[in-house]
Design a protein. Sequence first.
Length: 265
Amino acid sequence: MPALRVDPLFALLVADAYTDRHIAALAAGTAAAVHIPGFLDEPTCAVTIKSTNRLPIDDYDPTRVPVRIARFGPALNDYRGSDGALHERYWQAANAARIAWTAARLRPDPVAIALARLGAAWGSAIAPATISGRPVFGGTLREINNGAFVHFDEVVREYPDGLFDQQVIAQLAFNLWIAAPESGGETTMWRRRWRPDDETHRTGYGYTPSTVRGYQHISLRSSAGDALLFNSANLHAVAPNPGQRRVAFAFFLGLTVTGTLIFWS
Ligand SMILES: O=C(O)CCC(=O)C(=O)O
């Protein structure tokens, strides 16, 4: 049998802190993911999970996300109108989320901590993406207990006419867990990007498992406090976790043509 050919660069990097090299490698496709165990310490996770009770938790649109994922904060890809443009309702939801976030007074603020550390690693502050000068919301809280379909996230495909004032050339997904299960709930990332013929295997917001069968992949289960950064153009999925909660703050980072990083959800 011929040896299975693998890309040695599609590797999971485990580090103490993010660096500019990690971000560049993920954007270039020369690393699969960067995992930082203990990005937040246990006391911070314990305080934060309690404080999240003060946030209004909602579901995704069930016609788009049929397997329930609870979340706080609007995601841009949930507000694409039938004309392909961002629905005006998004701005009300973004405003309401900002007000609720301020009112919930999360101290420490895990999203602010993550943005500050990633910005320090990159060498410049990370600003929210803007649309006609209006900043979008970034920093959703998601509870994924029943898994997530194989899917990819690429704002430049979701909004091909362009959405942001900034031009994005690579998109990374950042997740920071504040509660995590001891079994199940693995994140899997495949060395495989979307192809047009994948549309024949579409199921809801994602694709059937056959789309990625046989492709090189990495899989890991994160613990509370861990952070994970990966290129969200690679197909990825989440395994269900019976029993315990799996709660994470999440946002996307975009590397722009001017070399700055922006964020959104
Ligand atoms: O929860 C995870 O492990 C990954 C979530 C996800 O699909 C994403 O960040 O795009």
